[in-house]
Design a protein around this ligand. Sequence first.
Ligand code: PAF
Length: 278
Amino acid sequence: MDVIHTVAELRARLAHEPGNALVPTMGNLHEGHIRLVESIRPQSACTVVSIFVNRLQFGPREDFDKYPRTFASDCAKLAAAGCDVVFAPDEAEIYPEPQTYTVEPPEIANILDGAVRPGHFRGVATVVLKLFNMVAPRAAIFGKKDYQQCIVLNNMARQLALPIRIILAETVRAPDGLALSSRNGYLSAPERAEAPQLHATLLRVATEVHAGKRDYRRIELSAMAHLAERGWQPDYVAIRRRTDLMPPLEGDAELVVLGAAKLGATRLIDNLELAAPA
Ligand code: PAF
């Protein structure tokens, strides 16, 4: 496995790798990331994993500084998973000058997580487009745990005609249902015991929708109230169309319920795809 820190070295290493695939990450890798690597490896001649904590997607009061940097253990996990190239640039390599040209996603970037984290998806889309230009992958894979990010990036790749196949992978969960996330490491022991309740709440929403209930606003509010009673601070529980994350219209059947809530100081997100019965 080659560990590369500069764009020049990366381009030299990949010059004869037309079939490479990219797994973009911010490091602090867990089983969810490793599954992304394992699932894309058989489809790519060369698997590249980027590790870069992207300041542009963090708000001024968010956890950029305390975001865990675990480079040595990340590399050990990636070597064991069969990764071919780790691209780990520093900030000056990705942002050698102030990033005044950015990707401005449409309205989807301003709802749900985008409403709570203004500018977040601009930062994500901008760095992912830069990574695409640096790695020139034929395919890239993202985990559905960050569902809104997946839709923003998938739509960006399609609308900008990027020659990259975007693969969206299922969320990997702990045995108790908690979606794996680098931020789970911030939870205290009692918070970790409570954390699967976010998934459990979304499962209850799914059960109601699958039972044919159509009063989505009532279902969302009651799910948020349930979390609040248990000590969470919910930002939203929202039943949306999968394609653009807008509220479903009559007849929309392909849905997703997304939830975001703070448990103590840690903000968790999760989602479940649903199908409304005809
Ligand atoms: O999902 C993440 O880890 C990040 O948002 C990404 C896609 C690597 C961009 O920084």
